[in-house]
Design a protein around this ligand. Structure first.
Ligand code: SF4
Ligand code: MG
Length: 322
C-alpha cells in the first residue's frame, strides 16, 4: 500500500546526497492466496525493487506491506525473519544466486538450517525430495552449481525457495536468462509446484508474453509507478493505459496475415532520478493532454477489478473519455 523505495544519489568528494532515485514511487496492489500476479515493465521501471521491498531485502522508504494482516514494514528484525520463512524469492540469474563453492545439497538445505528446521538427517531427506520435485535427481546434491545447465540451476533455485514451505514466492524474472525452449519447461514446473504446494506467486518479467500464460492478474509498471492492473484476459484483450497498449503492440504477432497497429513510442524511458512532472509517461504518450504535464493521474478502478492511472479515464476530469 503506497509503497515507496527511494535511493540516494551521492556525489562529490564528500559523497553527499545530491539527489534521489524514486525506484518505487507509491505502488499499491493486493495478491490473493493462490493467485499469480504478474508485474511487467521495461528494465529500470522498479519491478524488481518492488519485489525486494515486499520482502524487505531492500528497506522501503515508506508505505505498508501487509502479509496475513500484519504490516511487515512495522515488524522488528526478529519477527521479519520469521515472516521470511513464508515469503521466498527466486532470482533472475540462478548462477549468481548460488554459492559456487557449496554443493547443491548444502545450498538447498541452507534455508532450513537458518530457520532451524529439522535435524541433519531430516534436512538431507528433504533436500533429496525437493531435488526430485524440481525434476533433478537426489545424487545431484553432491555436485556443484557449475556442473549444471542454466535451466537446471534455476530448478535448484526453486528447490531452495521451497525448502522452508513458503506461502508466497516472489519470482524475479526467473526465466529471463534462459533459452526459450527451457523457459517453458521452467514455467510448467512452477505452475505444477504452485498447485502441489498451494503457493502464491508475484511473477516479475519484462516480457509480456511470459506473464500472460501464467498470471491471473497483471500489473504494468512505468518509472516506479503501477499504471494499470487487471485480469490477464482484460489486460491483453482490452488494455486501457496508453503505455500498456504500446507495450502490447510491440509484441510480435506470429500470424503474418494479422496486421496489428504498432505504436512506436517516442524517445527513451526518462531517468528515474529526474522523472517528468504530472503523468511521468507524458513525454512519450501519443494521447498526452495539457493536464498530463501538471497533474499526477489518480490510481482508480475504472471497471470492476481493472485499475488505471491515466487522465483519459478520470471521471472527474472533463477531458475523460470513459
Ligand atoms: Fe498519456 Fe495523459 Fe494518460 Fe499519462 S495521463 S498516459 S500522458 S493520456
Ligand atoms: Mg530486475
Amino acid at each position: 500500500k503506497n509503497l515507496k523505495t527511494y535511493f540516494d544519489i551521492k556525489g562529490g568528494a564528500l559523497s553527499k546526497k545530491v539527489g534521489e532515485v524514486k525506484a518505487v514511487d507509491g505502488v499499491s496492489f493486493s495478491v490473493e492466496e493462490g493467485e499469480i500476479v504478474g508485474i511487467v515493465g521495461e528494465s529500470g521501471c522498479g519491478k524488481s525493487t518492488t519485489g525486494k521491498s515486499i520482502l524487505r531485502l531492500i528497506e522501503p522508504t515508506s508505505g505498508e506491506v501487509y502479509f496475513n494482516g500484519e504490516n511487515i514494514l512495522a515488524l522488528t528484525d526478529e519477527k521479519v525473519r520469521k515472516v521470511r520463512r513464508d515469503m521466498q524469492i527466486i532470482f533472475q540469474d540462478p548462477y549468481a544466486s548460488l554459492n559456487p563453492r557449496h554443493k547443491v545439497g548444502k545450498i538447498i538445505g541452507e534455508p532450513m538450517l537458518i530457520h532451524g528446521i529439522g535435524d541433519k538427517q531430516e534436512r538431507k531427506k528433504r533436500v533429496e525430495e525437493l531435488l526430485e520435485k524440481v525434476g533433478l535427481r537426489k545424487e545431484h546434491a553432491n555436485r556443484y552449481p557449475h556442473q549444471f545447465s542454466g535451466g537446471q540451476r534455476q530448478r535448484i533455485g526453486i528447490a531452495r525457495a521451497l525448502a522452508v514451505h513458503p506461502k508466497l514466492i516472489i519470482c524475479d524474472e526467473p526465466v529471463s536468462a534462459l533459452d526459450v525452449s527451457v523457459q517453458s519447461q521452467i514455467l510448467n514446473l512452477m505452475e505444477s509446484l504452485k498447485d502441489e504446494f498451494k503457493l502464491t506467486y508475484v511473477f516479475i518479467a519484462h516480457d509480456l508474453s511470459v506473464v500472460k500464460h501464467i498470471s491471473d492478474r497483471v500489473g504494468v509498471m512505468y518509472l516506479g509507478k503501477m499504471v494499470e492492473l487487471a485480469s490477464s484476459d482484460a489486460l491483453y484483450e482490452e488494455p486501457k493505459h496508453p503505455y500498456t497498449k504500446a507495450l502490447l503492440s510491440s509484441v510480435p504477432i506470429p500470424d503474418p496475415d494479422l496486421k496489428s497497429e504498432r505504436t512506436i513510442l517516442k524517445g527513451d524511458v526518462p531517468s528515474p532520478s529526474n522523472p517528468p512532472t504530472g503523468c511521468t509517461f507524458h513525454t512519450r504518450c501519443p494521447n498526452a493532454m495539457d493536464i498530463c504535464k501538471t497533474t499526477v493521474p489518480a490510481w482508480q478502478e475504472v471497471e470492476p477489478n481493472h485499475r488505471v492511472a491515466c487522465h483519459l479515464f478520470n471521471q472527474n476530469d472533463e477531458k475523460g473519455i470513459i
